[in-house]
Ligand binder design. Structure first.
Ligand SMILES: Nc1ncnc2c1ncn2[C@@H]1O[C@H](COP(=O)(O)OP(=O)(O)OP(=O)(O)O)[C@@H](O)[C@H]1O
Ligand SMILES: [Mg+2]
Length: 239
């Protein structure tokens, strides 16, 4: 899988249009960043992608039947803004998705080890997940997604609760996935610094509208839209 497309996403909650025709292509090899202030619609876009409302390498997954859609969804793994953990140890939490997909035994063990290594939590395998700190919990959720070896990784505010050292661990795991595994990464953040460190391409979303989409280098040095420049300066932007 080389390119994930979303085309003209509109989303209305009640009488409020939360997404107003969002389109973009995310390509493998570098991370695609959706940046925007709180409430701009970032999480809503990731959820819609995770549901399979996408085009993969030109094939419109939206039109697939039940089984086709399950296959498409199996190519993707999403890490939510709020960590979701189960009442089990770290190993049980990371291996859960594999178990659901029928991957167990030695292969599962290896994948879990590898994923925990990537987020620097290998020594915590037997610890109870619900006793973990917020930052550790977030890394366990990333490990669970990585263990699935997805083609598309969807990350919602991946380092929002992490201190600088742990943010660096997560960012290098994501970069490795995007650059070495050569998968598609779409991540959402309101944090300009995170976007600067991770993004290959940036889309600025304000009030559900795409303000600008361009390479990260251009976005951070010479964007076309004044609101992008203001966002990069750390100013307040309005829709
Ligand atoms: N299920 C829902 N029902 C009603 N309104 C919703 C629902 N989900 C999201 N919204 C609204 O849609 C808008 C966009 O929400 P969304 O969570 O996508 O924003 P976001 O960009 O991820 O914000 P944040 O940076 O705070 O995570 C918000 O105004 C939110 O209140
Ligand atoms: Mg959000």
């Amino acid at each position: 899988m080389k390119v994930l497309e979303v085309r003209g996403i509109w989303k209305r909650f009640g009488n409020k249009d939360v997404l107003k025709g969002v389109s973009f292509n995310a390509r493998k090899g570098s991370a695609f960043c959706i940046i925007g202030p709180n409430g701009s619609g970032k999480t809503t876009i990731l959820r819609i992608i995770d549901r399979g409302e996408i085009i993969l390498d030109g094939v419109r997954a939206t039109n697939l039947d039940g089984r086709g859609k399950v296959e498409v969804r199996r190519k993707m793994a999403m890490v939510f803004q709020q960590p979701v953990l189960y009442d089990a140890d770290v190993y049980g939490n990371v291996s859960l998705g594999l178990k659901i997909r029928g991957v167990e035994g030695r292969i599962a063990d290896e994948r879990v080890e590898e994923a925990l290594e990537a987020v620097n939590l290998r020594s915590r395998k037997k610890d109870w997940a619900l006793d973990l700190s917020g930052g550790e919990a977030q890394r366990v959720c990333l490990a669970r997604a990585l263990a699935l070896q997805p083609e598309v990784l969807l990350l919602d505010e991946p380092t929002a609760n992490l201190d600088p050292a742990n943010a660096a661990i997560v960012e290098s795991a994501v970069r490795e996935f995007a650059e070495k595994e050569r998968g598609v990464v779409v991540f959402a953040t309101h944090n300009m610094f995170e976007a600067r460190r991770l993004a290959g391409r940036v889309l600025l979303l304000i009030g559900g509208e795409v303000i600008e989409e361009c390479d990260a280098g251009k976005f951070f040095s010479n964007p076309d839209d004044e609101r992008s420049a203001e966002f990069v300066r750390g100013g307040i932007v309005f829709g």
